[in-house]
Write a protein that binds this ligand. Structure first.
Ligand code: ADP
Length: 258
């Protein structure tokens, strides 16, 4: 039942990091994982010790975003985070063959996630980033139970429909007394590479409105940027691969503002 051998646990409820940020969204496809990965890398480039737990168990994308597909090793009976681009990673994707569906039920997933928190050698982290599944399901609640110190970062696009599903995530955070550290608006506008014209492909205002609704700051607005998508496909987050791109600049500013 365990995801890796027989490992020793640290007590539940002991936080593995000084700051824990849970990156959430109302629905899939808004760029939650891309934002989580790039914030983690941006903090690491500032010299922080950063871990990233991929809790998006059905739609995990951290292995792809970091270009890593191998099972973690163990030392002193604890799993070691998989190092990539300055960040320590843990993902269910490391334990599942590519193209194989995750068919585990809730209790198994809870167990795996609790091992990612307590049975991994997250020694002395400054920041632990969680890439939550979209929405307000079971897994999200499990993770928040395991990491009661987590603060929410809600990712939305500017579109009203995205904002309204994201506001349910904010309501969920409130219902479990979780602080909301900020809203990040992704895909804010498309900047033309030739003429610098800005096109609000997904409308505008969603991030500002969501932040007002949740009573938290809008900590970032990330433009639509082909380099961000290409970097994710290539397994090197854009803040490293194209540090001067519009999205990388915005992501660094966001990391500084959180
Ligand atoms: P989620 O975690 O919300 O499902 P992902 O981070 O997987 O979203 O992003 C979905 C797709 O959109 C990916 O192909 C990703 O590369 C792309 N994407 C996300 N944000 C941007 C952006 N700002 N500009 C361009 N492509 C983006």
């Amino acid at each position: 039942e365990r995801v890796a051998g027989s490992v020793r646990s640290v007590p539940e409820g002991v936080s593995p990091a000084r700051a824990v940020y849970a990156v959430a969204s109302g629905k899939g496809g808004v760029g939650k994982s891309s934002v989580a990965a790039n914030l983690a890398v941006a903090w690491a480039t500032e010299g922080k010790r950063v871990g990233l737990i991929d809790a998006d168990v059905w739609g995990y994308s951290v292995p792809q975003l970091f270009g890593i597909h191998r099972a973690p090793t163990a030392m002193n009976q604890r799993m070691l985070p998989v190092p990539a681009h300055g960040v320590g990673l843990m993902s269910l994707g490391f334990f599942v063959a590519e193209n194989e569906p995750v068919v585990w039920r809730g209790p198994m997933l809870h167990k795996a996630l609790s091992q990612f928190v307590t049975d991994v050698a997250w020694d002395d982290l400054d920041v632990l980033v969680l890439d939550l599944p979209p929405g307000t399901g079971d897994v999200t609640l499990s993770v928040l139970e395991l990491l009661p110190d987590a603060a929410l970062l809600a990712v939305t696009t500017p579109q009203p429909a995205a904002r309204s599903v994201a506001s349910r995530v904010g309501a969920m955070a409130r219902s479990v007394s979780m602080p909301v550290a900020g809203v990040i608006e992704n895909m804010t506008e498309l900047v033309c590479a030739d003429c610098s014209a800005r096109t609000p492909v997904f409308g505008s205002g969603g991030g500002t409105q969501l932040a007002a609704e949740l009573g938290c700051p809008l900590v970032g607005q990330i433009p639509l940027d082909i380099q961000l998508r290409e970097a994710g496909d290539a397994g090197v987050p854009v803040v490293l691969s194209h540090p001067d791109s519009p999205s990388a600049r915005a992501l660094r500013q966001t990391a500084a503002a959180v």
